[in-house]
Design a binder for this molecule. Structure first.
Ligand SMILES: Cc1cc2nc3c(=O)[nH]c(=O)nc-3n(C[C@H](O)[C@H](O)[C@H](O)COP(=O)(O)OP(=O)(O)OC[C@H]3O[C@@H](n4cnc5c(N)ncnc54)[C@H](O)[C@@H]3O)c2cc1C
Length: 418
C-alpha cells in the first residue's frame, strides 16, 4: 500500500465509522480510519458502561455480515424478548397510577416467531467487536490519536491534513465523526437543529436478580421512563434506567446522592419494576434533533450522527447509522468494482436518495411519539390510550409495532411520508 494513499478516508471510528471501515476493508478497498480516541479494552468483570444501545435484528444481521457479531457475543450482551409499554394514568382515566394494568401493552418476540426482539449492547463493546475485524484487514489503517484539521477537494480527490501533520489522500472522505461533525462544518454542509424540551438521565443500577429479558417504558406527561436489561457481570445483575424530563428536573436529579436518587426513582417509576439496590453510575444528555441539509458533496459523504440525530426514546439512532453504513458501503463498493470514482457526486447521490427519506420518516415518527405522549391534553390522552389498547389487544397491531421496533418494517406511518 502506498503510504498516505487510500481509496476512502473515514473521519470517526465510532460504531458507524468502524462498520463502514469493515465493509470497505472486506471488499479489499484501501481505507484510512481517523479518530482522536480509541475505546478502552474490554474487562470481563467490570460493571456495564453507561452508554448502551438497543440493537435491532437488522443491525445484528449487518454486524454478523461484517464478522463483528461473534466478537461482540464473546464479550457480553443482553437479549430482550419482551417490551412492556405503559401510560401513566391519572383521573379521570384511572384512579390508580402506574400500577394500573389498564393500558399496559406487552409485546413478545414469540408472537412474531423470533427468538428475541433485539439486544442491549454497550456501545464500546460494539465498537471493540468491529475493531477486532479491522485488525484482520490488511488494507485498513487506523490513524489514532488524530483528527482532521483541513480538507481540500479537487478533481484528483480529497486531501485531508491531520493535527499530527500527517496528510492523507483519498477519493472520498466519509464524515462519521458524530453529532458535532468537523467534516460537516468544515465542508460547509448546512444543518437544521432543534433542542427538545426534555433531557435524558441515564443510570446504571444494580438489581437483585437477572439478567432480565424485558424492556419497560412508561409514558408520563413530563417524558418517558424506561428500564433496559443489562448483562450480568461478576455475579451481579444490572439494568439501565432512562429518565426523560425537563432540563431543570434532570439537573436536580443529578445533584441528589445515590440513595436520594433511588428514592426518587422508587416514587416515580412503575412499581412492577425490579427493586433497585444500588446506583452504579449516572449521566445526563441533552436531546437535539439534527439533520444535515445534504449528506453529500463532491468527494464527501456524511453518515450516522454526523448526518442526523433523533430523539432516543425508541432507541433507533445507531440502528439508522448502521443502515446508512450498509447503504453507502454497497454503493461505494459497486462503484469501485465498476471502475467508477466512489467520490463522484453522481455515485453518492444514490446514497442520499436511498437514506434521506428513511431517516426523515424515523425523525417524524419519533417526534410524533414525543408530542403525543409528552402532553396532558385530554383528547390526546384518550387517543393514545385507545392506540395503546388497540396495539395491545389485536395481534396485528402488536406484530406491526414489533416489526417496526425490530427494523423489519419500513419506519413509517404512511401519512408521515411526503
Ligand atoms: C441517551 C441516549 C441513548 C441512546 N440509545 C440508543 C439506543 O438504544 N439505540 C440506538 O440505536 N441508538 C441510541 N442512541 C443513539 C446512538 O448513541 C448514536 O446514534 C450513535 O452513537 C451514533 O454513532 P456514530 O458512530 O454515528 O457517532 P458517535 O458514536 O458519536 O462516534 C463518533 C466518533 O467520531 C470520533 N470523532 C469525534 N470528533 C472527531 C473528529 N473531529 N475527527 C475524527 N473523529 C472524531 C469520536 O471519537 C467517535 O469515535 C442513544 C443516544 C443517547 C444520547
Amino acid at each position: 500500500m502506498e503510504f498516505g494513499k487510500y481509496d476512502v478516508v473515514i473521519a470517526g471510528a465510532g460504531m458507524v465509522g468502524a462498520a463502514i471501515g469493515c465493509a470497505l476493508g472486506r471488499a479489499g478497498m484501501r481505507v484510512a480510519l481517523i479518530d482522536p480516541a480509541i475505546p478502552e479494552p474490554f474487562v470481563v468483570d467490570s460493571a456495564p458502561d453507561i452508554r448502551v444501545s438497543a440493537l435491532s435484528p437488522a443491525s445484528v444481521s449487518f454486524l454478523q455480515q461484517l464478522g463483528a457479531w461473534s466478537y461482540i457475543e464473546a464479550m457480553r450482551l443482553c437479549p430482550y424478548r419482551r417490551m412492556a409499554v405503559w401510560e401513566k394514568l391519572q383521573e379521570p382515566l384511572s384512579k390508580r397510577q402506574l400500577s394500573s394494568r389498564f393500558n399496559q401493552t406487552m409485546f413478545d418476540c414469540h408472537e412474531v416467531g423470533a427468538d428475541e426482539l433485539g439486544f442491549i449492547v454497550e456501545n464500546r463493546v460494539t465498537q471493540l467487536g468491529l475493531y477486532e475485524v479491522l485488525k484482520t484487514l490488511s488494507s485498513v489503517e487506523m490513524i489514532t490519536p488524530a483528527r482532521p484539521v483541513d480538507v481540500h477537494v479537487s478533481d484528483n480527490g480529497v486531501v485531508v491534513t491531520l493535527d499530527n501533520k500527517q496528510v492523507v489522500h483519498g477519493r472520498l472522505l466519509i464524515g462519521a465523526d458524530g453529532a458535532n461533525s468537523f467534516v460537516r462544518r468544515f465542508c460547509g454542509i448546512g444543518l437544521s437543529s432543534e433542542d427538545y424540551e426534555q433531557q435524558a438521565l441515564v443510570a446504571t443500577v444494580e438489581i437483585p436478580t437477572g439478567p432480565l429479558d424485558i424492556t419497560w417504558q412508561a409514558f408520563t406527561p413530563t417524558g418517558p421512563l424506561a428500564l433496559l436489561p443489562l448483562p450480568a457481570c461478576d455475579g451481579r445483575n444490572y439494568a439501565s434506567l432512562v429518565w426523560y424530563n425537563h432540563p431543570e428536573n434532570i439537573k436536580a436529579l443529578m445533584m441528589l446522592s445515590g440513595a436520594e436518587f433511588l428514592m426518587e426513582v422508587r416514587s416515580h417509576f412503575p412499581e412492577e419494576l425490579p427493586e433497585m439496590l444500588n446506583l452504579v453510575e449516572r449521566s445526563s444528555f441533552p436531546l437535539t434533533r439534527r439533520h444535515a441539509s445534504s449528506y453529500i458533496k463532491e468527494g464527501i459523504a456524511l453518515v450516522g450522527d454526523a448526518a442526523h440525530t433523533i430523539n432516543p426514546l425508541a432507541g433507533q439512532g445507531v440502528n439508522l447509522g448502521f443502515q446508512d453504513a450498509s447503504a453507502l458501503s454497497d454503493i461505494i463498493v459497486t462503484a469501485y468494482r465498476g471502475d467508477q470514482n466512489p467520490g463522484a457526486l453522481a455515485v453518492l447521490a444514490q446514497y442520499e436518495k436511498e437514506r434521506r427519506p428513511e431517516n426523515v420518516r424515523m425523525q417524524r415518527v419519533m417526534d410524533l411519539f414525543y408530542h403525543l405522549f409528552s402532553n396532558e391534553h385530554l383528547p390526546l390522552k384518550i387517543v393514545r390510550n385507545i392506540g395503546l389498547g388497540l396495539a395491545g389487544n389485536f395481534p396485528y397491531g402488536r406484530k406491526k409495532v414489533m416489526g417496526y421496533a425490530m427494523g423489519l418494517e419500513k419506519p413509517l406511518p404512511w401519512f408521515l411520508s411526503k
